[in-house]
Design a protein around this ligand. Structure first.
Ligand SMILES: [Zn+2]
Length: 117
């Protein structure tokens, strides 16, 4: 069985990873002090990664406006969910907005398909 994570948390982890990657790339660039062109390329790549992560954070901000705050039935804490199905941020309990999916096994595919009318 695959394990799922809350979408907002997952994107946040990705943005954070991107910052670290950017720092690592710039750090590698320092080793090429003797070749300024190579060093500049590494520095630019690092800056691009960090700018990318800023973009991802801005994206999270936009997505947050679309999230629905719900109270988790399992841990009774407030969490944010995105799409028709998502996972609780605190206890990884599957949550759904769609009553017809209630009780069904969690499947991320429900987010990709359009609701059947
Ligand atoms: Zn919960």
């Amino acid at each position: 069985m695959k394990s799922y994570k809350n979408k907002i948390n997952r994107i946040r982890t990705f943005a954070l990873a991107l910052i670290f990657i950017g720092i690592v790339i710039m750090y590698v660039g320092i080793y090429f002090r003797n070749q300024p062109i190579v060093m500049v390329i590494f520095m630019l790549l690092g800056v691009v990664a960090i700018i990318g992560s800023t973009g991802v954070y801005a994206w999270i901000g936009l997505l947050s406006m679309k999230t629905v705050p719900v109270q988790c039935p399992n841990c009774e804490r407030h969490t944010k969910m995105l799409g028709r199905v998502d996972i609780c941020m605190h206890c990884n309990e599957p949550l759904t907005m769609d009553p017809s999916l209630e009780g069904k096994e969690f499947n991320e595919e429900y987010n990709k398909k359009k609701p059947q009318l």
